[in-house]
Design a binder for this molecule. Structure first.
Ligand code: CTP
Length: 389
């Protein structure tokens, strides 16, 4: 099937790609699927049948790429202010054992590359030069897309890569798809090999859910299918009401992943695996788990949460049954905080950076509590100093 030039060129990103003019280059995977569904493209997946640094240089110029990262899987990630482009060399994969990361080797054949993928709807490509725009669809992905069917490319797909079970649920809800029988069967395979998958890989999938429009249904489906239960046996509860509340208060962005895991009982896992979290994730989770409900004033909240993102504060409030209005008030007031003296001013006065920071925080708390009004900060500092002497 040929794709009409109109539908190709409605996307300015793809119009820009046409300038590469190289038959070695294909758009593939999610972006072909999204193009056929007429939904906005969020990122761009490009495959080169053969390695070509000149195409990569060309892409860098066309898109004003500011950052380039090479990964172990024969791929480059190119980031520009407008878009992320994943460039991969056509490859085949081999899994050393179920749940392992794949060993990849160049295969110099786009069709082979398409067949190694997860679902038929993600296994289509379009060659952008010459401009015939022929849809390469070796597994019938376009037909499945029209019939709204999510079909795995091959039996055992989730055994090799059980994170595909998360992806299946994600696509089902994002695009209103039905699982065909072969995909349904793969969930049993996923459960067998999920315990062998590392925490960061699962975290990544959860992170992606957190940004989805219908994330609540996706999380609910994970619970219904007991998928996370098989993850080191750590999820033995599924508090749906809490999840609904989390969904209501938390913004749709990837960084809220850990807050979404809390209803599944992340605390136990967290305590025993702190090294698996980044410093900022650790800090957020320590705050959420580590503090009882303090006397709830905006000043008290500030003592604990001054550096914390609003979603962290909201999740903590929810889990501790704190009145949402107080949390909202704190977040709003904090956003307006603008003491008329700087830490630098206090350091010059006090000569002790640590003490100066404490004083600065006290001034912020006093402003939040209404103990002082804007403009009275210097006076308040003097009082603090007198008390010290
Ligand atoms: N892929 C796969 N198996 C995985 C992950 C990815 O086969 N576990 C393939 C799919 O063909 C997918 C492509 O790699 O289309 C790119 O992956 P990714 O960017 O994660 O997904 P997208 O299809 O772009 O979808 P999304 O819109 O969810 O990002």
């Amino acid at each position: 099937m040929r794709i009409a030039l109109d539908s190709i060129s409605q996307y300015s990103i793809i119009r820009s790609l046409l300038y590469v003019e190289n038959e070695n280059l294909y758009i593939v995977g999610g972006c072909v699927r999204d193009l056929l569904l007429n939904v906005p493209l969020t990122d761009l997946d490009v495959v080169l049948e053969r390695k070509s640094l000149s195409i990569i240089n060309n892409l860098e110029q066309i898109f004003g790429v500011t950052k380039k990262t090479l990964s172990q899987f024969l791929t480059f990630k190119l980031k520009s202010p407008k878009i992320v482009i994943d460039v991969a060399q056509a490859r085949s994969e081999r899994y050393e054992h179920p749940g392992a990361l794949p060993e990849v080797t160049p295969c110099y054949d786009i069709v082979k590359d398409l067949k190694r993928r997860d679902f038929t709807i993600n296994s289509m490509a379009i060659q952008l030069y010459p401009r015939t725009f022929y849809l390469m669809d070796p597994l019938g992905g376009f037909e499945d897309l029209k019939k709204r069917i999510l079909r795995v490319n091959k039996q055992g797909s989730f055994m090799d890569d059980p994170t595909r079970a998360f992806r299946a649920i994600k696509y089902t809800y994002r695009f209103n798809l039905y699982l065909d029988a072969s995909t349904e069967r793969e969930f049993e395979n996923a459960k067998k090999s999920l315990p062998m998958v590392s925490f960061p890989r699962i975290k990544r999938e959860v992170e992606l859910y957190a940004a989805e429009e219908r994330r609540l249904l996706m999380f609910a489906e994970l619970g219904k299918r007991n998928i996370l239960f098989h993850w080191n046996n750590m999820f033995d509860t599924f508090d749906y009401d809490l999840l609904v509340e989390m969904d209501r208060i938390l913004p749709r962005k990837q960084s809220v992943w850990c807050l979404f895991l809390i209803p599944f009982g992340l605390e136990h896992y967290f305590i025993h695996n702190k090294d698996k979290f980044t410093v900022s994730e650790r800090r957020t989770l320590e705050k959420i788990f580590g503090h009882g409900t303090p006397e709830i004033t905006v000043g008290a909240l500030h003592k604990i949460f001054k550096d914390e993102a609003p979603e962290g504060v909201r999740a903590w409030g929810l889990l501790n049954g704190v009145d949402e209005r107080i949390i909202d008030k704190y977040i709003t007031e904090r956003g307006k905080l603008n003491p008329s003296i700087s830490i630098q001013y206090i350091i010059e006065r006090v000569k002790d950076p640590k003490l100066s920071r404490e004083f600065y925080e006290k001034i912020e708390e006093a402003l939040l509590e209404g103990i002082i009004r804007p403009g009275e900060e210097k006076e308040f500092l003097e009082k603090l100093l007198t008390r010290l002497c």
